[in-house]
Write a protein that binds this ligand. Structure first.
Ligand code: HMG
Ligand code: MG
Length: 297
C-alpha cells in the first residue's frame, strides 16, 4: 500500500489571522473554494474566537456559510470556548479545534487563561461536541520554545498533549509556534509525546521562522507521523506570538512528500496556482519555493 500523508491546510485560518490589511470575505471564500478543488481533505476554514482579539477573522460566520463544502473534505474551525462553539454550531460547523499551549506565559497572552483554566473551558465544549457528533482536534502551542518563557520542557508538552487526548480530542497537533525548533529536538519531543498519545493521533505544525520547518517535518515523518499542518503560500503567524513568521508552505511539503514517493491526494499544480493567486491578492511574492519554481518552468 502506498504511504499516505494527510495535509491539514491551515492557510485560511493560521495563514490569514495575522495579516495586517483587511481581506474581503469574498476573497477568503474564494481561497477556500480553490483549496477545495486541489484534493486536500482537511481545510481549517476560520476561527470563532473573539473578534476583538483577532479582527481579521471577525467574519467567520459569513465565510463558513459562503463556502462550497466539497463532499469528503473536512472544514474544521478554531473554537476557544463555549461562546465560540455556539457561534460555530449556529452555522453548521461539524469539526472544531481547541487550542492551548505548553507554556503558561504564552497561553495568558493568547487566550487570557492559564493551561489549567483553558482545559476547564474546553471540558464543556468537548462534552457538547461529543453529544452533537462534532469531531474535535486539539492544538498544543510552543512545543519547541516560547516567545515569553524561552525553553519549554518536553515533559510539559507531554502533559498537555495527554490531557487534550484524554479529554476526547481525536488528534493532537504539536505546534512550533515561533519556528525555533531543529530536527533532533523535534524528533525527541515527538517521541516523548508518542509515549503517551498514539502516534496515529499526532500531527505536526511547524512555522518556518528559522527555515527549519521542512527538516523538522522530515525528522517527524521518519518517526512515523502521518499528519502535517501547512499553509498555502507559506502565510501565517500568531498575533500573540512575538516573532512568529509564516507556516511551512503546503506546496513545499507536498513537493517533498511526492518526491519521497509518499502520496497526499493533492494536485500540486493546482495547489501552487492557488498559492500564487493568494500571494497576488496579498500583494507579494508567494512564500513557497516550490510554488515560485513551478511558475518559472
Ligand atoms: P476574554 O476577553 O478573556 O473573554 O478572551 P471573556 O470570556 O472574558 O469575554 C469577553 C468578551 O468577549 C465578551 O463580550 C464575550 O461575549 C466575548 P462582552 O460581554 O464584553 O460584549 N467573547 C467572544 N465573542 C465572540 N467569540 C468568542 C468569544 N469569547 C468571548 N469565542 C478569548 C478570551 C479566548 C475569547 C480570547 O482570548 C480569544 O479569542 N483569543 C484567541 C486568540 C487567537 O485566536 N490566537 C490565534 C490562534 S492560536 C495559534 O495561532 C496557534 C496555532 O496555530 C498552533 C501553533 O502555531 O502553535 C493553533
Ligand atoms: Mg500556527
Amino acid at each position: 500500500m502506498t504511504d499516505f500523508v494527510r495535509i491539514v491546510e491551515v492557510g485560511p485560518r493560521d495563514g490569514l489571522q495575522n495579516e495586517k490589511s483587511v481581506i474581503a470575505t469574498a476573497d477568503k471564500i474564494a481561497l477556500i473554494d480553490r483549496l477545495s478543488r486541489t484534493g486536500l481533505r482537511t481545510i481549517e476554514a476560520t476561527s470563532f474566537v473573539s473578534p476583538r482579539w483577532v479582527p481579521q477573522l471577525a467574519d467567520a460566520a459569513e465565510v463558513f456559510t459562503g463556502i462550497h463544502r466539497e463532499p469528503g473534505v473536512a472544514y474544521p474551525v478554531l473554537v476557544p470556548n463555549e461562546t465560540g462553539y455556539d457561534r460555530a454550531r449556529a452555522v453548521g460547523v461539524e469539526e472544531i479545534a481547541v487550542f492551548t499551549a505548553a507554556s503558561e506565559a504564552f497561553n495568558r497572552k493568547n487566550i487570557n487563561a492559564g493551561i489549567d483554566e483553558s482545559i476547564e473551558r474546553f471540558r464543556p465544549v468537548l462534552a457538547r461536541a461529543a453529544a452533537d457528533g462534532v469531531r474535535v482536534r486539539g492544538y498544543v502551542s510552543t512545543v519547541l520554545g516560547c516567545p515569553y518563557q524561552g525553553d519549554v520542557p518536553v515533559a510539559d508538552v507531554v502533559k498537555v498533549a495527554s490531557r487534550l487526548y484524554e479529554l476526547g480530542c481525536y488528534e493532537i497537533s504539536l505546534g512550533d509556534t515561533i519556528g525555533v525548533g531543529t530536527p533532533l529536538k523535534a524528533r525527541a519531543m515527538l517521541q516523548a509525546v508518542a509515549s503517551v498519545v498514539p502516534l496515529s493521533s499526532l500531527a505536526v505544525h511547524f512555522h518556518d521562522t528559522y527555515g527549519q520547518a521542512l527538516a523538522n517535518i522530515l525528522a517527524c515523518l521518519e518517526e512515523g507521523v502521518r499528519v502535517v499542518d501547512a499553509a498555502v503560500s507559506g502565510t501565517g503567524g500568531c498575533p500573540y506570538a512575538k516573532g512568529a513568521s509564516g507556516n511551512v508552505a503546503s506546496e513545499d511539503v507536498v513537493y517533498m512528500l511526492h518526491g519521497m514517493g509518499i502520496a497526499t491526494g493533492i494536485d500540486l499544480e493546482r495547489l501552487s496556482e492557488t498559492g500564487r493567486w493568494l500571494a497576488a491578492l496579498l500583494g507579494r511574492e508567494t512564500g513557497s519555493k516550490a510554488g515560485k519554481a513551478m511558475a518559472a518552468t
